[in-house]
Write a new protein. Structure first.
Length: 176
């Protein structure tokens, strides 16, 4: 982990997340019909929605194919959701081009081998506490939270606090 990762927080304009092992704990519940079910943390959802409401971009790039996951994320306002991503660099490049982003402006959080190439391209590579050792080795920041346990909120909150944008609406409403 890079001790100076906090300096990199200032340049972040966009967040890109993997799903399984980041937004979820990586476990799959398999229904009798064969449907794969996951759980997501509402705190992560709140943080993504807050980031979007404050002008940040949020993108999901996952190898998973679950339309239910996409529906949940689109419901939060995430418009860039790439499912079935076998080579995540391709989707990252499309996303950057679409939004006019530079690699150093992107925070990416992943937890497993397919995330490493993307993590090596972005300005701030992050992972949950329970990521594999190879991912931890390329991360600037390792969250104290596990995947599915608000690790996404952890990184979004840190970036937004540095930019003095975290929860201004709630703070202003409470002081009124």
């Amino acid at each position: 982990m890079d001790k100076n990762y906090k300096e990199l927080l200032h340049q972040i304009k966009a967040f890109v997340f993997d799903v399984d092992g980041v937004l979820t704990d990586g476990r799959l519940l398999i229904s009798e019909s064969g449907e794969l079910l996951r759980t997501m943390n509402a705190k992560d959802g709140y943080a993504m929605k807050t980031a979007l409401n404050n002008g940040y971009k949020v993108c999901i790039i996952t190898g998973g194919k679950n339309e239910g996951v996409k529906s949940r994320l689109v419901g939060l306002g995430v418009t860039d959701v790439f499912l079935n991503a076998n080579d995540k660099i391709i989707q990252l490049e499309q996303y950057m081009k679409k939004h006019g982003l530079q690699a150093h402006e992107i925070l990416y959080m992943g937890d497993d081998m397919p995330d490493i190439p993307v993590m090596q391209e972005v300005g701030l590579a992050c992972c949950p506490q329970d990521a594999i050792p190879e991912v931890k080795a390329v991360s600037h920041y390792i969250s104290h939270k596990h995947g599915g346990d608000a690790c996404v909120r952890d990184v979004i909150e840190q970036v937004m606090k540095v930019h003095k944008k975290w929860n201004n609406d709630a703070i202003n409403a409470a002081s009124s």
